[in-house]
Design a protein around this ligand. Structure first.
Ligand code: NG6
Ligand code: CA
Length: 519
């Protein structure tokens, strides 16, 4: 009797152990160890679609960017949300159309933060899944909440909208304050030489670009005639902060080091880095190593410099063993401009180079070149080399990256296109509203529609066709990438279709100009 009981007990125990162990191995099968990929956005400033050799440039070589393009997904229909910086960056980080925020316009260095601190952002979304988040480079989304005191910790700023670490320039290289700011504090500031900033009037006794041409190493063409820093006249007046002022020619090396240090410090945890380069925005100040190297003047030289820093940064990712577990997104905040306010030979030495590639217009324009920018995704061993014609927008990254890391967070304007970004699908967006200096236009399928706008057809200052016309404009981009043939009158059905779809998205939000112009 005892023996039978023992046998029965042993049998039950064996079955029990088996069930347990079977369950265990099943569990191992269904939950693979998920290693969260690092995410890096490399964002250039004013780089045109045609400024990289991977997109067809022949007069300039960008071998390091080309590696990303040729070994990743090279998008031929990749868009910034706007033809200027602040709105594009706003949309990139929030996944929200910039024309929904009245403050998303080119900002002075004294502007308040334009991202509401309760707004979802890419870094905030990533933090919900344990990411460490950092920004190194250009910010230009405003700081503080009015009357910033640059001599105290400046807040709110990037650290209040999702970044654990920030090392930034406040606005642009041509705007004061010309200092770096780390987690809200001006780097290298001497408290006995406090910084004062004013965008309206100069401080008594301070030189400026108009009255002191003898102090200038770079001449201004339009705007850019306020305070002089390092021989370069800027936008806005600045006094004090001598020890904190940046060196323009070292800026690329400086941000590179910041980006390298960041990834080295955070390589053992999932991280997100927004690496926002300053090139080729004005003032173009290549390090002496690059001066004269492009034969195109400073604009070409700083593109070579930008390409070089990207190569160095990639070497760091490789030597730290991070490449196979890192998704890299490369793009530009808006299209190209040659003379953006300084005499720097960008026009004179352009030669046969075509910064806008096949597109019409440039920075500030509703024509394609304003927003149709270089766009690349790269992930060694995960993304196959692909050329994708799918339409994607930087605004789509928020929802798509959320999907990548298993987050449910989505924004309405931000389409979830993860498979497209990974080169596994070619079904991109169907529609997109683009913005340029408070005007908007529309892309749908192969078509582009620009509503009528008053104003000059060509901006005299920058000599760019900005898209204004008294008539509707309609282009078939598949057949006419250069937007030479306005089909608005010959194809009224298509025009009506696009106008209706455009109005359905834009509704009554911030449509003051269109209410006058659109019937
Ligand atoms: C414009 C500046 C231009 C550039 C631009 C911002 C003048 C006349 N022009 O107002 O030089 O700084 O703002 O560029 O001041 S962006 O890429 O940051 O949008
Ligand atoms: Ca820009």
């Amino acid at each position: 009797m005892k023996k039978t009981r023992l046998k029965l007990f042993t049998a039950v125990l064996t079955i029990f152990i088996c069930i347990l162990s079977c369950k265990d191995s099943d569990a191992q099968k269904s939950i693979p160890t998920i290693k969260k990929p690092n995410i890096i956005i490399i964002y250039t400033d004013d780089l045109g679609y045609g400024d990289i050799s991977a997109n067809g440039a022949t007069e300039i070589k960008t071998p390091n960017i080309d590696v990303l393009a040729n070994e990743g997904v090279r998008f031929t229909n990749g868009y910034a949300s706007s033809a200027t910086c602040t709105p594009s960056r706003y949309a990139l980080l929030t996944g929200v159309y910039p024309w929904k925020n009245k403050s998303a316009k080119i900002l002075p260095g004294t502007a308040s933060l334009i991202i509401d601190t309760t707004q979802m952002t890419i870094p905030k979304m990533l933090k919900t899944k344990g990411y460490h988040t950092g920004i190194v480079g250009k910010w230009h989304l405003g700081l503080g909440s009015g009357n910033v005191n640059w001599n105290k910790t400046v807040s709110p700023g990037p650290n209040e909208v999702g970044f654990d670490y920030s090392y930034i320039m406040a606005a642009t290289q041509d705007r004061v304050p010309t200092v770096y700011i780390e987690n809200g504090d001006v780097v290298g500031l001497d408290p006995n030489d406090p910084i004062e900033i004013d965008y309206k009037k100069n401080f008594e006794g301070q030189p400026n670009g108009i009255d002191n041409p003898e102090l200038l190493s770079m001449k201004w063409h339009h705007g850019h005639n306020s305070s002089i820093v390092n021989g370069i006249p800027r936008i806005g007046f600045m006094k004090g902060g001598e020890s904190a002022k940046w060196s323009d020619v070292d800026m690329a090396d400086h941000f590179l080091k910041g980006a390298q240090d960041y990834v080295k410090q955070h390589k053992n945890e999932p991280f997100f880095l927004y690496y926002a380069l300053q090139q080729p925005h004005v003032p173009r100040t290549p390090h002496p190593r690059f001066v004269g190297k492009s034969g195109m003047g400073p604009r070409g030289d700083v593109i070579l410099e930008a390409d070089w820093v990207i190569g160095e940064f990639m070497k760091t990712l490789e030597s730290e063993g991070l490449l196979e577990n890192t998704l890299i997104v490369f793009s530009s905040d808006n299209g190209p401009v040659l003379n953006d306010g300084y005499y720097d030979d960008a026009v004179e030495k352009l030669g046969n180079h075509t910064p806008a590639g096949p597109f019409r217009g440039g920075k500030y324009s509703l024509f394609e070149a304003g927003t149709h920018v270089p766009f690349i995704t790269y992930w060694k061993g995960r993304i196959q080399p692909t050329v994708s014609d799918a339409m994607v927008c930087q605004m789509d990254l928020l929802s798509s990256l959320a999907k990548l890391i298993d987050s449910d967070i989505r924004e309405n304007d931000s389409e979830e296109l993860l498979e497209v970004f990974l080169g596994e699908s070619f079904l991109g967006r169907d529609e997109l509203v683009i913005e340029a200096t408070s005007r908007t236009a529309f892309r749908k399928g192969d078509w582009a529609m620009i509503p009528p706008y008053n104003g000059p057809a060509v901006s005299k200052q920058v000599n760019i066709e900005i898209g204004n016309s008294k008539e509707y404009q309609l282009y078939n981009l598949k057949e006419d990438a250069g937007q030479q043939h306005n089909l608005a009158t010959t194809n009224p059905e298509k025009l009506a279709e696009l106008v209706a779809a455009f109005k359905a998205i834009k509704g009554n939000i911030n449509t003051k100009i269109e209410q006058i112009e659109l019937h």
